[in-house]
Structures are given as structure tokens and as C-alpha cells.
Design a protein around this ligand. Structure first.
Ligand code: HBI
Ligand code: FE
Length: 261
């Protein structure tokens, strides 16, 4: 079923302008991320960094990634169905959109492009624990689809893989792809007094709505990738049953039971 979604990257079709857009975004973000992004992200970026000269060739990048964690990148046209997305993740294939944004869209895009997918997501896939978490997430996604609990599980992806923060001895750091690939949000998420930064809580997250059209009002902070992986080890079926009767928590709410970080 995933076969239909996978396309050729079409590397030769990229224009000089496309590569220039990648370089601009890459250099802008890479310069800002030391001291902001998680050390594991920065390490992963080094592996990708040899391609700072332009859009990475997915096959060559996949060869390096596969050596590290067994993951490969596959090119897709854009958003793919939930089922295909989860099926790919469960088989350690990460879908990366092949096209890159236009120069006039450097700061904001509605849908993921090659820069978000590749720069934002691929570095963390070089980390063995995070890589295992992502594959487990894919398996969990297929199951959540069958159980009608996708909404709950999608929130977990949103608040970890896309917008997660991690506590380190040096302070809070970003590991979420949606933050590291955005200039504005990589500053906002750490420095702005407005958003809530709450300790990771699986059930709480799976109950919390999210906003997709501006910076987050709440970020959840993990202590380690092991914590993340361990939290997703149990069978979620009883969790979904428990969540079914509960109303959603709005993105800006802080509960008495929340721990601020
Ligand atoms: N497709 N290309 C692409 N990228 C995604 O991140 C993605 C998707 N399809 C579905 C999907 N994500 C959701 O299922 C998850 O965000 C939960
Ligand atoms: Fe993403």
C-alpha cells in the first residue's frame, strides 16, 4: 500500500533557486541552533551537514542513516494518508516531501516541504532511542487507526516529534521538528514568557488539542528519549478507553496537576 505513495526524488529537476533556498534556510537555522537545539539534534545535523551546499540526495543520506539506525528516507509528493504514513514509520521509512518552498515563503508554510521534513525530522532519526520511538509510534498508529483513537495518538506526535522540548543539565533544548525548522518558533519556544512549558505526561498530552496555524501555547518537556520510549511501551488500548469519556483540554489550559518546568 505504501508503494503507490513513494516517488522518485527527482533530484535532477531541482533548480539552482531550489538549492539556494535550502542553503539559505539551512545556514540560517544551523547558526541559531547551538545552545537551543538538543545536542542529539545537533549531532544528527552534522551527519546531514555535508549536504549544506544544497538539497540532500535522499539515497545518499539514507545510506548514512541506515548505517546509524536502520532508517531510510523515501520521497513523497506531500501529505500521505495516515495509514500509509504509519505503515512506513513502522518499517523504518521516513517520508520526506520532495519539493521545496518558494523564496517568498521562507518563514511560513501551511504544509510540510522538503526543508521541514528533512532538516527538521532526519537529524533525530540518527539517535538510536529516538529512532526506536518513531518506529514504535508507527506500529502504535496502525493500531490506533483500528481502534478509532487516532486523535489521541496524533496529539502525542504533535507534542513530542513536532513540538517537543527536552530538559538538559544546560537548560531546556528543542528536539521537535516543527520548532527547529522555524526561525521564529525556535526563539519563541525557549525565550518567550508567553507559552506554558509543562512536564511530559502521556495521558494529559493525548487529551490536549493543538493549534496548527501559529506558535504553540503549550510545550511539553521530556527528561530523556528513554522516558519517551518507555512511556509508549505499554498497550494503549486501556488508555484509549479511559480517554474516550473525557473532554479535550484546550491548548492554553494549565491544570492544577500540571508541573511547570
Ligand atoms: N504525511 N507526508 C506526511 N507527513 C506527515 O507528517 C504526515 C502525513 N500523513 C499523516 C500524518 N502525518 C499524521 O498521521 C500524523 O501527523 C499523526
Ligand atoms: Fe513534521
Amino acid at each position: 500500500m505504501s508503494r503507490d505513495a513513494i516517488i522518485d526524488q527527482g533530484y535532477e529537476a531541482y533548480t539552482d533557486q531550489d538549492h539556494e533556498t535550502w542553503r539559505l534556510l539551512f545556514e540560517r537555522q544551523a547558526a541559531m541552533l547551538p545552545g537551543r537545539a538538543a545536542p542529539e539534534f545537533v549531532d544528527g545535523l552534522d551527519a546531514l551537514g555535508v549536504d549544506a551546499g544544497g538539497i540532500p540526495n535522499f539515497e545518499r543520506l539514507s545510506d548514512r542513516l541506515e548505517d546509524a539506525t536502520g532508517w531510510r528516507i523515501v520521497a513523497v509528493q506531500g501529505l500521505i494518508s495516515d495509514e500509509v504514513f504509519f505503515d512506513l514509520l513502522s518499517r523504518r521509512r521516513f517520508p520526506v516531501t520532495n519539493w521545496i518552498r518558494k523564496p517568498e515563503q521562507l518563514d511560513y508554510l501551511q504544509e510540510p516541504d522538503c526543508f521541514h521534513d528533512c532538516f527538521g525530522h532526519v537529524p533525530m532519526l540518527f539517535n538510536p532511542v529516538f529512532a526506536d520511538y518513531m518506529a514504535a509510534y508507527g506500529r502504535g498508529g496502525l493500531k490506533a487507526l483500528r481502534l478509532g483513537a487516532l486523535k489521541n495518538l496524533a496529539r502525542l506526535y504533535w507534542y513530542t516529534v513536532e513540538f517537543g522540548l527536552i530538559a538538559t543539565p544546560e537548560g531546556l533544548r528543542i528536539y521537535g521538528a516543527g520548532i527547529v525548522s522555524s526561525k521564529g518558533e525556535s526563539i519563541f519556544a525557549l525565550d518567550d514568557p508567553a507559552p506554558n512549558r509543562l512536564a511530559f505526561d502521556l495521558m494529559r498530552i493525548m487529551q490536549t488539542d493543538y493549534i496548527i496555524d501559529h506558535f504553540q501555547q503549550t510545550y511539553f518537556v521530556i527528561d530523556s528519549y528513554d522516558q519517551l520510549f518507555e512511556a509508549t511501551r505499554p498497550d494503549f488500548s486501556p488508555y484509549y478507553d479511559e480517554l474516550k469519556g473525557k473532554p479535550a483540554i484546550s491548548p492554553d489550559t494549565v491544570l492544577e496537576t500540571d508541573r511547570r518546568v
